[in-house]
Design a binder for this molecule. Sequence first.
Ligand SMILES: [Fe+2]
Ligand SMILES: [Fe+2]
Length: 297
Amino acid sequence: MQNKYIVHRTSYIDDVQCTIYAERKMKILCIGDIVGKPGRHAVVELLKGIKKEYSIDFVIANAENAAGGAGCTSRMARFLLNGGCDVLTMGDHVWDQKEFESFLNESDRAIRPANFPQVVPGKGYVIQKASSGQKVAVINLIGRIFMRYQVNCPFQELKKMVEEVRQQTPIIVVDMHAEATSEKVALGHFIDGQVSVLFGTHTHIQTADEKILPKGTAYITDLGMSGPYDSVIGQNKESIIERFLKSMPVKFQVAKGDVSLHGIIVDVDDKTGLAKSIMRIQRPFAGVISDTEVEEN
Ligand SMILES: [Fe+2]
Ligand SMILES: [Fe+2]
């Protein structure tokens, strides 16, 4: 009788261990467009606490506006990568800082939209190891509706790349940098079940439509912005209003107040690559950034 009990108990423990192993998750934090010095500092400062609080394994941030709202520089990219970001994605502002082209060519942690013509600098996707050891593929795309560049079809490009990267890892995250919600929603359904997460960037306004799509991909139309919210999408509101009023060129400046980090945290099953949960995050930054620093961008 005693033996039977022991056998049963051992078997029960094995079952539990198997269940835990099968449901092992990894947590991925995705951060919306970082704008200027307020955005850069908020992200690096806030990341320390957020990573610990949520046991984050991997961080992806869109840095297309890190340099005063216009592109990114190698110095700023290094600041963000050393400050806790694992991969930086870009968008339509990727070419605003000429100097950044060589960084894109050399770095294996900063990528630009994959559906640009093949001749442009940089890479469209990258595969990196998370702190927990699993490989994560990050793919960057740009939309074709109301965007300023003539690019290849993001749908076909994504399909091709997913087939390629799935040979190395089932954990795949896609940044679709686009204006039109329809284009992002359609791409999410198009690739549902084949990638872990597809999030939108570019509009700088977080949408409230986060969900797990029917076949298991976590989706949100836009992550929002990481930067000053007392602004018009990160820029000084008075200058933007003046441009709307006059329809004349006006010099923009990164705003200062109400700085926050916006994004999502996704739980991914590291065996299937499918998402288990998605949560929006909006974290205010209480630290002080001096006027001089803001003006320098
Ligand atoms: Fe953009
Ligand atoms: Fe942006």
